[in-house]
Every structure is written in C-alpha cells, then in structure tokens.
Design a binder for this molecule. Structure first.
Ligand code: ADP
Length: 192
C-alpha cells in the first residue's frame, strides 16, 4: 500500500471530522483526532484528562508541548505506519513546525493539507445542531465564539504556512457531505 499522509485544516464546524472519518475508512488509514483523544482522556479521568479538562471546556488550546507529545506517541503506533489523517492537529505554527520535524525524522513528509472552506455563519449553525445531537461541552454559543477567536488568531495562519510549501488544497465545504467527499477523493487521486 502506498502511504497517504493528510492534514485536515478548517474552522471549527467546517466538517473536518466528518470528512476525515470517510477518508480514513476509504483508504484504510487511521483517523487521528486530537479533540477526540482529549475528550476520551477527560471521560476516562486519566492524568492527561484531568490536566486538560478545564482548558478544552473553555475552548482554549492545550499547550503545544503537551499535544505534540500526544501526537508523537500516536504516530509511533503500528497502525499509523502506512499513513494517517490528522484532524485538529496542528493548530498553531509551533505545532506545524514540530510535526514537520517529527515527520522529517521519520523520513515521511506530509503529502497533502486539505483545507475545508466554510462561511462562519454556516459553521456555527452546524455546530449548534451537533450540540443537540452529541451534547459536547464545548458546543455552547459562548464557547463556540471563543473557539472561533482562537482559530482566527492561532490556526488560520497555518493556511499560509502550508500554501508556501505547495501542499495545500482548498475544498469548498458548503455542499452536502457526499459532494464534499467526492471532491476530496478527486484531489487525493491526484496525489496517489
Ligand atoms: P473543533 O471541532 O473545534 O475542530 P476539536 O474536537 O478538534 O474541535 O478540539 C476540541 C478542543 O480540544 C479544542 O478546542 C482544544 O481545547 C483541544 N485541542 C484539540 N486539538 C488541539 C491541538 N492540536 N492543540 C491544542 N488544543 C487542542
């Protein structure tokens, strides 16, 4: 199997998780969501979970150092050796640089960054809908506002970071999820 290493970028609510799951299933690679990993740690009450609970529930970011360590550990697992789709990481320039360094060490550079584009208004509507379905503690209007502010300040600069390396592809996330996925598959066909 040829390796496929992907990073998903996009604002909160842009549909990264939904599309990442489908990419992972279709290509037989793990979906690595830092948000899900942190929520699982919180639910389990582990040491990591206790450390990050308040931060995650306020919509702020946990420290770069901590999350880079979580990712380093996760990427060393056997199932990640043929590729992966990262969702929610990197979220800051420091994290992107740490990922580059880590992948350079492993001699397996990132192949593609998929940026899902969606108007904030639509994204907020989708998140409030999700809050009703899943009851996520950070899907309240106040915390959503904060997550957007953090995204604009910390994560949006990553578009330029990856655009400069030539591996960024933007995908319109406003159509239905099947249509968005079909577009992603067209993009990935060009990579493989
Ligand atoms: P979203 O649906 O907004 O993309 P995620 O499920 O990816 O959210 O993440 C939820 C929360 O987990 C974030 O608001 C943040 O507190 C924490 N988190 C997830 N990934 C990271 C990361 N790479 N760096 C720092 N904090 C993170």
């Amino acid at each position: 199997m040829s390796e496929l290493s992907i990073v998903m970028l996009g604002a909160p609510g842009a549909g990264k998780g939904t599309q990442a799951v489908r990419i992972a299933e279709t290509h037989g690679i793990p979906h690595i969501s830092t948000g899900e990993m942190l929520r699982a740690a919180i639910a389990a009450g582990s040491e990591l979970g206790q450390k990050v609970k308040g931060i995650v529930e306020s919509g702020a970011l946990v420290s770069d150092e901590l999350i880079v360590e979580v990712i380093r550990e996760r990427l060393s697992q056997p199932d990640a050796q043929n590729g992966f789709v990262l969702d929610g990481f990197p979220r800051t320039i420091v994290q992107a640089e740490a990922l580059d360094a880590l992948l350079a060490e492993l001699e397996r550079p990132l192949q593609i960054v998929l940026e899902l584009e969606l108007a904030e208004e639509t994204a907020v509507k989708r998140m409030l809908g999700r809050a009703l379905d899943e009851g996520r503690a950070d899907d309240t209007p106040e915390v959503i506002k904060n997550r957007f502010a953090v995204y604009r300040r910390e994560t949006e600069p990553l578009s330029n970071y990856y655009r400069n390396t030539g591996i960024l592809v933007a995908v319109d996330s406003s159509p239905g999820m099947d249509e968005v996925f079909a577009e992603i598959e067209r993009v990935l066909d060009g990579v493989k």
